[in-house]
Design a protein around this ligand. Structure first.
Ligand code: HEC
Length: 149
């Protein structure tokens, strides 16, 4: 009996080690997102979303930034992947890391903006509805960091 038990323990140890050695993109932690109930009305990208991105995200996420290779200056930048996950999936906030990281509790390392000071519920709701509406972006618009870090 003791032998069987010790074999089981070893199996467990091996399984844990193998699990820990898994390579490849780390799955984003499960975040349960409840679609905002309040009807925010049509989201105006320039008025409602651009200021939030420029003030709260672009400070780190600009072209050739020192902290991250992920720039949010252009829509096409957002359509690239980060850590094997899509950053922006137009029409699907639930699978857009750009949105998920803003609604994660602070104890996730992925929570954004890095360093705290979370976006308000109103701001994340706007982000949600902008993505759900297909993430429209005026042709040629390039966002600018308000205060590059
Ligand atoms: C103080 C600097 C800073 C600010 C402000 C900031 N970020 Fe980040 N962000 C980082 C760093 C550093 C990383 C990690 C490096 C990387 O994966 O490229 C990162 C990574 C990310 C990722 C990739 C996550 C992943 O695991 O793939 C997303 C999406 C993101 N940030 C979104 C945002 C959004 C949205 C905002 C604004 C609400 C924001 N960030 C504000 C520094 C910042």
């Amino acid at each position: 009996m003791a032998r069987v038990l010790s074999r089981l323990v070893w199996l467990g140890v091996v399984a844990l080690v193998l699990w820990g050695c898994q390579s490849g993109p780390k799955p984003i932690p499960e975040v349960i997102v409840v679609a905002p109930e309040t009807e925010v009305g049509a989201v105006d990208f320039r008025k409602d979303v651009v200021p939030v991105l420029e003030k709260r995200c672009l400070g780190c996420h600009f072209d050739h930034a020192p902290l991250t290779a992920l720039s949010f200056q252009r829509r096409k930048n957002m359509l690239e992947e980060s850590n094997g996950r899509p950053v922006l999936v137009p029409g699907d906030p639930q699978h857009s890391t750009l949105f998920l990281v803003t609604v994660m509790p602070d104890y996730f390392v992925e929570a954004m903006p890095a360093g705290g000071h979370k976006l308000s519920k109103q701001e994340t709701d706007k982000l949600y509805h902008w993505i759900a509406a297909g993430a429209p972006w005026p042709e040629g618009l390039v966002l600018q960091p308000v205060a590059p870090l």
